[in-house]
Ligand binder design. Sequence first.
Ligand SMILES: [Zn+2]
Ligand SMILES: [Zn+2]
Length: 255
Amino acid sequence: MELRVVGCHGGETPKHRTSAFVVDQRLALDAGSLTRGMDLRAQFRLEACLISHAHRDHIRDLATIADNRCQADCEPLLVGATGPTIRSLKKHFFNNYIWPDFSEIPSKAHPTVKFVELKNERPRELAGYRVRSVGVHHTIDSAGFIVEGSDATIAYSGDTGPTDRFWELLRQEPNLKALLMEVSFPNREQKLATVSGHHTPRTLFADLKKFGKPQDLPTLLYHIKPVFQAEVEQECAKLKHVNLAVMSLDDQFVL
Ligand SMILES: [Zn+2]
Ligand SMILES: [Zn+2]
């Protein structure tokens, strides 16, 4: 399984892009920077995109990738998400005000975007993977994902603060090769992290212990706020008995 980091930050500057990752060139995890970070060929190659939740930093490039793919007459892009997230996308995003409803363009029979509703913890096939969403803890409905391929399984936390069920399920995964895990704020901003449903290195460490042996789980960190990048990295570097790496733009991993 190959993983490409298109965007891995919790904010945006010319050097920071919001969350978007691509597995084997065909399955995207979140759409925060799919068009800012990928050329047209890579955009057209995608078969499906999982959306963790409806916050703008995770959905924004659904707008522009739909536009590009529509003009190139691509196959429908399957957008997999929970019911609440799909309802938000339909009502507040592809609503013919903020952006055209690409689930009916160019036609209902052959749309640019096709929504696929995921029920938490119920596996479903998407772009050749067995995919499961898992409810996590954020300010709105938010899901993590477990993505099983033929040779590897990876997990993606989505935006979340401390949570339990996600770790319970990860403990049961025999072929888990990596976890893409959010951490957003430094420890001194714990209050802000708590009210916004995010992790600091301190709460990340406590949650990772729920996995049992976090030193055996390659944990790729993302969603650090650009303002706090250096501070969060320093705090994460001090954590012991874990297996952490902070992702950078355009990193590629073979898992
Ligand atoms: Zn969020
Ligand atoms: Zn976010």
